[in-house]
Design a binder for this molecule. Structure first.
Ligand code: ATR
Length: 280
């Protein structure tokens, strides 16, 4: 009999996760099914209990439940402890174990674009929220020492640096300081919501002074090309879109559930087709 998987979040109506996971199940000849469940915050605990009781074998967790789900799980994997958030749950014989594949998914997708070790790059992270935290901790866990964080509210960047469990030489900057110093960075990672649909003309800073060899990465994938990435392209810089992170976090979750690696190319094609563009 097929197994049930899913996603909980609010909203989930436009999620592309069901399309990519169900396609990967078909590709692997697995009689499984992935369904997106709309779960309001006040129903989170009951919903998690219900999924466990009904024997759902695994599920993804999205906004706004990535942190608030933690008390309702039986155990946290190291990836979730490091990130302080859960995006994937595995039902291990009735015990719900929380994982986080966002940070490692992001790094896997970024590594595809690099021709030297990721730890040899000087990195700027824009933003100091939950998404920045996952990526920053995952990068420092990989040995990256040279990561600066700029944020509209500089105190939040300082807090993030102080909380990081892995050694690094990070500095907190405000946006203006980052713009002036931007030529120092090999990789610039945009993690804020600035540029997200429908505010597609907004960008968090100017790339005018970035070096020509820089890679500019935006975790937003709707639109695929944010205003920041459009500027990067115009300046001739290398662009890394949010589709990569989305696909790799899904692929790592799929592997946790099935012990099989799905096709990254196929998942990427489905997402690009649905978003109406190409992310390359
Ligand atoms: P997420 O979990 O998606 O990272 P979050 O934790 O609410 O969301 O963090 C949002 C990030 O986007 C923060 O870095 C925030 O900056 P502040 O700490 O100053 O609030 C940043 N952000 C959101 N809107 C912004 C805007 N209009 N301009 C600049 N930064 C913005």
């Amino acid at each position: 009999m097929g197994k049930l998987y899913g996603l909980i979040g609010c909203p989930v109506e436009h999620s592309m996760s069901p399309a990519i996971h169900n396609d990967a199940f078909r590709e692997k000849n697995l009689d499984n099914y992935y369904h997106a469940f709309h779960v309001e915050t006040e129903k989170l605990e009951e919903s998690v209990q219900a999924l466990k009781l009904l024997g759902v074998r695994g599920f993804n967790v999205t906004i706004p439940h990535k942190i608030s789900i933690i008390p309702f799980l039986d155990k946290l994997h190291e990836t979730a402890k490091i990130a302080g958030a859960v995006n994937t749950v595995v039902n291990e014989n009735g015990r719900l174990v929380g994982h986080n594949t966002d940070g490692n998914g992001y790094i896997e997708s970024l590594k595809e674009m690099l021709n030297k070790p990721i730890s040899d790059h000087k990195i700027l992270i824009i933003g100091a929220g939950g998404a920045a935290r996952g990526i920053y901790f995952a990068l420092t866990h990989q040995g990256c020492q040279e990561i600066d964080i700029c944020n509209r509210t500089i105190s939040k960047a300082e807090e993030l640096i102080n909380e990081c469990p892995f050694s690094n030489n990070s500095k907190a900057l405000n946006i203006q300081e980052a713009e002036i110093d931007i030529e120092k960075y090999d990789i610039i990672i945009q993690t804020t919501a600035v540029g997200l649909h429908p505010h597609v003309d907004q960008k968090p800073l100017s790339l005018k002074n970035a070096k020509k060899s820089a890679i500019v990465s935006d975790i937003i994938y709707n639109p695929i090309y944010t205003a920041l990435l459009k500027e990067a392209k115009e300046l001739g810089l290398t662009v890394h879109t949010g589709v990569g992170m989305f696909v790799y976090q899904a692929a790592l979750a799929f592997e946790l559930w099935t012990k099989q690696a799905p096709s990254i190319e196929k998942m990427t094609k489905i997402v690009n087709d649905q978003l109406g563009g190409t992310s390359c």
